[in-house]
Structure formats: structure tokens, C-alpha cells
Ligand binder design. Structure first.
Ligand code: GLU
Length: 338
């Protein structure tokens, strides 16, 4: 059988760093360099390598990922691998998942250990990502799997994967669902298919997500939060430029008592999503009473974020706002996440 054509799109990140004269790592390597570092790729697939940017993923924009999605959609390859920094992979992968139609495997990968270290993980991750893109089980289930992240010989759904540690080699996990597959001896061992209904609902309701960038504030609530930033947003006529907000709320959807009024007022002027600061897991809907808990907050117009991690809720809200859908449609989109 002829080899699959795999398109590698390099954005930057640790996987693409090089040491400067002082030994400090700088962005520099392009897609060709990444491919040259993994000779085994040539035996697996016909590789097309393209350098899209040379930036840390902490500096990527939503617009750049929209442009990347258009490039991926136009690619005639049998599969696409995106290499980037690890810092925002959990967000970029999810946005790609919302934007792409799933006609070919799309995999995001990266590196935790840079190329100057004794055991960098970038080459192994790139090789694993290409193996996954070519694997028959993955290709049979491409639409059901959606965009995937491959890190350290595990395959994750973009909607579920999070970066759970800033420096460890095994920094990535999908705490709610676990991985979709593992790579063992170069084989892809399937473990499960993700539940795609909420993503499909979001894509159907949003249609083409093509508008301008829509800044979304992420307000992560902690013990004794005074709420001054939220008040500043409420008092500014332009809401400080924000078009929506995600509240990283306590427990099953609670905010400090003294903030309940301002959270409700924010929901009246901006689409405001409540999301679990625990990092995911469904929120409560009708257990606790009082102005600062789920029953009253929902009545006050807060959009209930479901099981999504707050970072992913922010990505989804940005997409909703960009698509220009109504507040009710946004609520329906989030409702599907449980
Ligand atoms: N902060 C950089 C980035 O996300 C480096 C981190 C990494 O790639 O692991 O691109």
C-alpha cells in the first residue's frame, strides 16, 4: 500500500527551540528541522513540512488558530500534525476541534523537554503523532475522535485534554475521561471513543465561525475574592473591551456571597458563563439555595457551563460570540456539556 501523505504544520514552542550562544533556548527551528530530527518518519509516511510561525504558544491568538484551521481544511493530505508549544495546546486543540469537520485525522503535539536536553520528547511525540494519523483504527473513526492531542505515547480528545503540570514530562492528562488510545511498541491500542454530541451540537448551532475576535474575560474565583475586577468591568461603559466572561466558580457553581449581585449584573450585560474552577466536571443545577448558589445564579441569567474546564469554556464562548449567535443559543450550546 502506498504511504499516507501527512502535512506537518509547525507553529513554534519548546519542540522548535534552539540554544543561543549563552545556552538559553530561543524559538528558531522550523518544520523541516523537526522532520530532519526524526529519520524514521520517512519510512512511515510521505511528509510535507510547513513552518507557519516560530512563536511560543503563550503568544498565539485566536485569529492565528482560525487561519490555521482554514489551512488544515484546505490541505489535501491524508492527515495533519500541528506542532506547537505545550502552554495553550489544551485551548488551540479544542478550538480546532470546534472549527474542523473531521474529514482527516488532525493531531496536535508538542514537547515538554527541549532539544538541548539529554532526552527531549519532541521527536518521539512527532513520530507517535504521525503513527496515530496513519493508523487504520484512527482513520476508521476520524469523525468520532475529533481533533486529538498526542503526548508521551497517549492519544487524548482535544475537548478533554489539559496541561496539568508546568514542567513534568507527563504534563498532559484527561482527568475526566482518560486517553482514547495508547501507543505500545508502535501500535495504536484503542481505549475508547469520546462522546461527541456536545461538540456536534455546538458546531451545528454556531455554523460558520468567521467574525472578528471577541475578548472573553476569565475571572477565576478564590477564597475571599472582593470582586473589584468584576465591578470595574461593570462600571466601564465598554466593559473594558470584553464581550463575554467566564467565571471560574467554586464547587458545583458557587460564588462568594458578596459577589452574587455583581455576577448577576454582569450576566445582564454580557454573556457570562459559570464554569467549575475545579477544572472540569458537571456543575450542580438544583441542590443549593441562596443568592450565591446554582439555583439563583441560573435564574439570574448566568449561563451554565457544564463539564468543560474554564479555559475550554472561554474558547467555546469566544467561538459563540465570533459566530454572532444569541445569548439563548450560547446557553443551549453550553447546556449540551452537562
Ligand atoms: N511557553 C512556550 C510555549 O508554549 C514553551 C512551552 C512549551 O512548549 O512547552 O510555546
Amino acid at each position: 500500500m502506498s504511504k499516507r501523505r501527512i502535512h506537518i504544520l509547525a507553529l513554534g514552542g519548546t519542540i522548535a527551540t534552539r540554544p543561543d550562544a549563552s545556552g538559553v533556548m530561543q524559538m528558531g527551528a522550523g518544520a523541516d528541522d523537526l522532520v530532519a530530527a526524526v529519520p524514521a518518519l520517512a519510512g512511515l509516511a510521505d511528509i510535507e513540512a510547513e513552518t507557519v510561525s516560530r512563536v511560543g504558544s503563550h503568544s498565539l491568538s485566536f485569529d492565528q488558530i482560525h487561519a490555521l484551521a482554514a489551512k488544515i481544511a484546505a490541505s489535501r493530505a491524508d492527515g495533519v500534525i500541528v506542532t506547537q508549544g505545550t502552554d495553550t495546546l489544551e485551548e488551540t486543540g479544542f478550538l480546532l476541534d470546534l472549527l474542523l469537520r473531521g474529514d482527516k485525522p488532525v493531531i496536535v503535539t508538542a514537547a515538554m523537554r527541549n532539544p538541548a536536553l539529554t532526552s527531549p520528547d519532541g521527536p518521539g511525540n512527532l513520530l507517535a503523532a504521525v503513527r496515530v494519523a496513519c493508523d487504520p483504527w484512527i482513520r476508521r473513526h476520524t469523525r468520532s475522535l475529533g481533533v486529538m492531542a498526542v503526548m508521551l505515547d497517549e492519544v487524548y480528545a482535544a475537548a478533554d485534554v489539559i496541561k496539568a503540570h508546568p514542567t513534568r514530562l507527563d504534563a498532559f492528562a484527561a482527568p475526566q475521561t482518560g486517553p482514547l488510545a495508547a501507543l505500545v511498541e508502535g501500535r495504536v491500542v484503542p481505549l475508547g471513543l469520546p462522546v461527541r454530541d456536545p461538540i456536534d451540537i455546538a458546531r451545528n448551532k454556531l455554523g460558520k465561525v468567521a467574525g472578528r475576535a471577541q475578548p472573553v474575560a476569565l475571572l477565576w474565583l478564590g477564597l475571599d475574592e472582593p470582586g473589584a475586577l468584576l465591578e470595574a468591568m461593570l462600571n466601564a461603559p465598554d466593559r473594558l473591551g470584553y464581550r463575554g466572561a467566564v467565571i471560574g466558580a467554586m464547587g458545583g457553581g458557587h460564588v462568594p456571597e458578596r459577589m452574587a449581585g455583581s455576577v448577576a449584573r454582569l450576566a445582564a450585560v454580557l454573556p457570562t458563563v459559570v464554569s467549575p474552577r475545579a477544572g472540569g466536571g458537571p456543575l450542580l443545577r438544583h441542590t443549593y439555595g441562596g443568592a450565591s448558589a446554582e439555583i439563583e445564579l441560573r435564574k439570574a441569567g448566568l449561563i451554565w457551563g457544564g463539564r468543560l474546564h474554564p479555559l475550554k469554556a472561554r474558547v467555546l464562548l469566544e467561538a459563540c460570540l465570533r459566530a454572532g449567535v444569541s445569548r439563548d443559543t450560547i446557553a443551549e450550546v453550553f447546556d449540551a456539556f452537562g
